[in-house]
Design a protein around this ligand. Structure first.
Ligand code: 5CA
Length: 430
């Protein structure tokens, strides 16, 4: 992509409305713009990050055996009356009336809808277990939307739902999802810690939240240093992995257990703050029973499936990753989610040798790279490339170009190497 013809409206000033780094950086780097309180437009570079996260989330959901579908954002109030949550949900739910005076709502989550879909189509125990997910916009009329996309009103969530015949099956689904979540966060290039959690509006009695450590996180967290190295979790089989994750101490302040904490050796005790980027729930028959979803068992008896739901805050992750990975100069994207794999900085637009190398690099990388082809000063280009956080910068100036070399800069370390064009291309991962 050519920067001269791209909508990446960077800002030099620090936006006054933004209190934390990720929010400031998302505005300054031209990733998003607020359209109404807690409602954001995703500009091209921001959307690329969101889509990269979606791709990884989707791949790990598919690998865990979940099937993707797409449910609508608008739901009928009657569906929510069946579970009893229409009244219980309160002011966080955005309620809408259509021209026929029918009551609708903008979905804050989809337990009711997926249960209704299953109730229509699944009749026999032979059809279970099943796990379904979608990646769809949600709306929650938060009292205090803040910190940009971290606590928005409209936000993108991956939500999955499991249906099993018995508790053992439901627990297995829960374990598989916990493992899928840990793999997802690892692939995204961040470390997230699973913590025992309360179940709130969703209900049920087994739940974990996944937290990315960041000083600006909304939750206080207490955890065993074993989570920092991840050594205890290298175990390959599901049971060992789940046991290691869930017996090693980690809890948010809401669930902090002083007795269990006392047993963690002092040198391994860690306290900090975390951003919740996902939460998983086991809630048994709460929705299948209230909404009358049963399958016929082998002996003809009715079985109400055991359910769980599993959320990842896809749009929140964009802010959370930045919160965990930035410096004074700007964002430091993990390779897997960066909007562009590399940026090409042309330091002398109009110099034949410099232009030729830049054009050929632009050809080689295609739309995966951002080519700064503007007639700006070098200093401006360096600052914007650091702000946007490209993992690699390929810096092309007239002196090097004459000798057939370029400079390759790694954003995360600041390390610079002078290389031939071919060697520089080879160093940037595909
Ligand atoms: N139905 C369940 C699981 S599918 C559910 O709704 N869970 S949740 O309430 O925990 O939301 C899942 C994830 O969405 C959260 O972990 C968080 O990362 C994200 N999320 C929740 N509220 C917001 C918000 N206001 N802004 C941005 N992300 C949010």
């Amino acid at each position: 992509m050519r920067l001269s013809h791209s909508l990446i409206p960077t800002l030099k000033e620090i936006p006054a409305e933004a209190q934390i780094s990720s929010h400031r950086l998302m505005l300054r780097a031209g990733l998003v713009r607020q359209m109404a309180s807690g409602i954001y437009a995703w500009l091209p570079a921001g959307l690329r990050v969101l889509q990269n996260i979606e791709t990884i989330v989707r791949a790990e959901q598919d690998a865990a055996g979940a099937q993707e579908l797409l449910m609508p954002t608008i739901q009928s109030a009657d569906l929510w009356r069946e579970s009893g949550r229409y009244d219980a949900y309160g002011k966080e739910m955005l309620r809408i009336t259509d021209r026929h005076e029918r009551e609708l709502l903008f979905g804050p989550t989809n337990e009711e809808m997926i249960t209704a879909i299953m109730r229509d189509s699944v009749k026999s125990y032979r059809d279970l277990p099943q796990m379904l997910y979608h990646i769809q916009w949600k709306f929650r009329d938060e009292v205090r939307p803040r910190f940009g996309v971290l606590r928005g009103r409209e936000f993108l969530m991956k939500d999955a739902y499991s249906f099993d015949l018995d508790y053992a099956g439901a627990l297995l689904s829960y374990k598989k999802m916990l493992l899928a979540y840990m793999r997802t966060f690892q692939r995204l290039g961040v470390s997230a810690i699973p913590m025992r959690a309360d179940t709130g509006q969703i209900g049920g009695d087994l739940s974990h939240e996944f937290h990315i450590l960041a000083s600006t996180g909304e939750s206080g967290v207490f955890y065993d240093a074993a989570f920092e190295t991840g050594d205890a979790f290298a175990a390959s089989d599901l049971e060992t992995f789940y046991a290691a994750c869930t017996t090693t101490y980690a809890a948010t302040d809401e669930k902090h257990d002083l007795e269990a904490w006392a047993k963690v050796p002092d040198e391994r005790k860690r306290e900090g703050r975390g951003i919740e980027v996902g939460q998983i729930f086991y809630f048994g028959k709460k929705y299948s029973e209230t909404m009358g979803f049963a399958v016929t068992g082998p002996d003809g008896a009715r079985i109400f499936p055991e359910m769980g739901s599993y959320g990842i805050g896809v749009s929140r992750l964009v802010g959370a990753i930045i919160e965990a990975s930035h410096d004074e100069a700007g964002i430091i994207w993990p390779d897997a989610v960066a909007p562009f794999r590399a940026a090409i900085l042309n330091l002398r637009q109009g110099d034949a040798a410099t232009d030729a190398i830049c054009e050929s690099l632009h050809q080689t990388f295609g739309p995966a790279c951002l080519y700064d082809d503007r007639t700006e000063r070098a200093g401006v280009k360096f600052a914007e490339a650091d702000l946007l956080g490209h993992p690699w910068q390929i810096i092309v100036g007239p002196r090097g170009a004459a000798a057939g070399t370029v400079e390759l800069k790694r954003r995360a370390t600041g390390a610079r190497l002078e290389l031939s064009v071919t060697d520089a291309v080879a160093k940037v991962p595909a």
